[in-house]
Ligand binder design. Sequence first.
Ligand code: PGA
Length: 257
Amino acid sequence: MNKALRKPFIAGNWKMNKTPSDAVALVGELKPAIGRQTEVAVAVCPPFTALDRLGKLLEGTTIALGAQNMHPEVSGAFTGEVSAPMLRELFVSYVILGHSERRTLFGEQDAFINQKVLKALSANLKPILCVGETLAERDAGKTLAVVETQLTAALKDVPEASLENIVVAYEPVWAIGTGKVATTQQAQEVHAFIRAQLANLFSQAAADKVRILYGGSMKPSNAAELLAQPDIDGGLIGGASLKAAEFVALVDAAIKG
Ligand code: PGA
């Protein structure tokens, strides 16, 4: 399928950065620069504490709001957690699920991530599902096997008609926040593999519609080359999403790409 039929997507994962007022300031810089363009889908994913304010600020712009995590239950005794209906009420439309920091630092397992994916879809939130291997797994030649296991488990019981509401992010753990970016060949190989897996699990037609983002030290200087690859449809951006000029440059690269 012609890549041009998948609208590129640039999402900023702010992680545990920016107080609510810092977040308002950053969005104040982003809005005039990229708040009206329609060539690239854009989302920012601030901490939970900034979602309410940013939801109001982003209304009427083309910048969507995303959350960084979500609990699969709707409500209950889950101290510290936030549910899908809580996010929906704040105009959140995307939710990052299965980020490697959640997996490694907070012990999230594939089955739990699958519950979140199913709940997000039923609540009309679009999951940005993260998969990726550690350096040890890459060195052991297990990259594709790891990605296949994560993908298959996270998408269990997802109906084919819902697949177009899912964005997959390939994030090699060794490239996240390290300044080490995967080579275009390494990234494209895994992206093509993910699309082939999606075709196996669902259908080629459904797989062709899914946007697969690259994440891991993506920045304006390396974005063009990555975004030019046939199966790289955008980026999930950590560090470079915290500075307006860099994030805007990444959106520009995706427009050109
Ligand atoms: P990075 O983070 O761009 O800072 O490497 C990406 C991510 O973890 O989503």
